[in-house]
Design a protein around this ligand. Structure first.
Ligand code: AHR
Length: 530
């Protein structure tokens, strides 16, 4: 089936024939540049993410602070704009006080979200130091599970107040004279989840968030506060939770969180790669639905404030989800959630990147979950760090997507899929375009970037781009991620089984036709004149 539209008719594209997908690229959709925080990441005290991932004192790969220099190098090079920390489920049982002050006095505790041993040798101040080192901004999470509003507010005071109060002076006594000035904060994590330590009802949570947020703003009026939204579209109270929470705390918060994990399971996709690669459309819909709830409550409250969205956990995650993969069995730095990503996972991650960018007018923050070792594009061992397949689409977006998101009108042939009635029920639309494309324009820098997913498993697809008001003058880079085996993955022994390949680009100009390999994600960086 072919999606139809007036632009198609205008350029005389014959309906019903097999032909190239087409995209008309015109004036940017966003008035200002998109917020690069939409390409952020997440790091939790979970498994080997922090310990032996970021922090491994004594390792020949670590610096004098115990930070893994190879990991620092990778993340610095990626240019991750913001990193959410320390959880996740972990945060709902975390006492931030255990992780500050002299290291030899910090307690070792039994961490109850993942049943692991937490030594607290890496805590808030180490994280802030590490963030400065890799050039990223911290997004701190607060404990709304076992934690009180009082301790959450104290955490803000510890981090952000200059001096002269109990908690700011405590920070200074720990060797940090200047405040950390953390601007973005999550008011808890997935508080609707029965798995969450201290799970709350929506209105209870909303009232706690409102009370804590009001006090926090007394401590620091510049905060940007994120309320916990539904932890997934499959939650029984999905959207109802969000509405009730916001009815309680709309005036005190700035954004609301969205989370989603996707998997190629029998139940969701019947192991069909064609269905799997369409799952980013589910993310598009979740964004629209949560935005609609925000706007509804805005209307109810006659508020002039429009909330933004924080998609602060998203990824593929379906293999390491049970048994020993999620139970630390009272070990220190156990191997948890160590998902091995293959080519088809990477293609879908490319789709998620496209979805986040095209919704950047509403989604201010996005965090790939997670960054190192646990469901992560980067994996460490004692000898170094490995880039999994999913590293590449994420790295491309960070490197090339700049400026404003272009307003695209895309026409593509579609393929049918049938609904499963489960999470990721993207198939309500039941027709999926073969080609998914998004583009950005950095006018002052004179560059554009086009990110293209070809969901066609069998055949090459052409994508004809037609530019209005913008003239590409040169192709600066054109790379693709593809391969014969969708199940191929990288290992320390074979680190480049799934890796970018150069793709022959079309000649730059106002009409350009890319030949997208079957099962591929492609990036083109263009020099432009406008
Ligand atoms: O990222 C892994 C876990 O997934 C997080 O701890 C939690 O917030 C989510 O359920």
């Amino acid at each position: 089936m072919l999606a139809t539209g007036s632009w198609l008719d205008a350029i005389g594209y014959a309906q019903g024939t097999r032909g190239p997908a087409r995209a008309l690229l015109q004036q940017p959709r966003l008035r200002g540049d998109f917020d690069r925080r939409v390409l952020g990441a997440f790091l939790e005290h979970l498994g080997r993410a922090i310990y032996t991932g970021l922090y491994q004192p004594g390792s020949p790969l670590a610096d004098t602070n115990g930070f893994r220099a190879d990991v620092v190098r990778e993340i610095k090079e990626l240019g991750v704009p913001i990193i959410r920390y320390p959880g996740g489920n972990f945060v709902s049982g975390y006492n931030w006080l255990d992780g500050v002050g002299p290291k030899q006095q910090r307690p070792t505790v039994l961490e109850r979200a993942w049943n692991s041993i937490e030594t607290n040798q890496f805590g808030t101040n180490e994280f802030i130091d590490w963030c400065r080192m890799v050039g990223t901004e911290p997004l701190l999470g607060m404990n709304f599970g076992t934690g009180t509003a009082e301790m959450a507010v104290a955490y803000v005071e510890y981090c952000n107040l200059e001096r002269g109060t109990k908690w700011s002076d405590l920070r200074r006594s720990h060797g940090y004279d200047s405040p950390h000035n953390v601007r973005y904060w999550c008011l808890g994590n997935e508080m609707d989840g029965p798995w969450q330590i201290g799970q709350l009802q929506a209105r209870e949570y909303g009232r706690k968030a409102r009370d804590a947020a009001r006090q926090m703003r007394v401590v620091d009026p510049n905060l940007q506060l994120i309320a916990c939204g539904s932890s997934g579209t499959n939650m029984p109270q999905y959207l109802i939770w969000d509405r009730e929470v916001l009815e309680e705390c709309y005036d005190q918060v700035d954004g609301i969180s969205l989370h989603a994990y996707y998997g190629n399971t029998q139940a969701l996709t019947r192991n069909s790669a064609a269905r799997y690669l369409a799952m980013n459309l589910d993310m598009d819909r979740q964004i629209l639905e949560i935005a609609a709830v925000c706007d509804y409550v805005q209307g109810l409250r006659r508020s002039s404030k429009r909330l933004w969205l924080s998609f602060d956990e998203w990824n593929v995650w379906y293999r390491a989800r049970s048994g020993d993969a999620v139970n630390g069995r009272r070990q220190f730095a156990p191997k948890l959630l160590e998902e091995v990503y293959n080519l088809e996972d990477a293609l879908l991650v490319g789709g998620f990147v496209n979805t986040l960018l095209r919704n950047a007018a509403r989604v201010r923050i996005g965090c790939i979950a997670q960054l190192v070792n646990a469901i992560a594009p980067l994996v460490t061992n004692d000898t170094g760090v490995l880039r999994q397949s999913t590293f590449f689409p994420y790295a491309w977006a960070l490197r090339y997507a700049r400026g404003r998101v272009l307003d695209l009108r895309v026409e593509s042939e579609t393929y049918p899929i049938t609904a499963t009635g489960l999470q990721a029920d993207f198939a309500r639309n039941d027709q999926v375009p073969f080609v998914d494309v998004v583009a950005t324009l950095d006018s002052p820098g004179g560059q554009a970037c086009v990110l293209m997913l070809n969901r066609d498993l069998e055949g090459e697809r052409e994508l004809a781009l037609e530019w209005r008001d913008i003239t590409p003058t040169r192709v600066l880079a054109c790379e693709t991620l593809t391969g014969a085996d969708l199940k191929a993955f990288n290992t320390f022994e074979q680190p480049r089984r799934v890796a970018p390949q150069r793709l022959d680009p079309p000649v730059a100009g106002t009409r350009m036709t890319f030949k997208l390999p079957p099962r591929s994600y492609t990036i083109a960086q263009l020099a432009t004149m406008s």
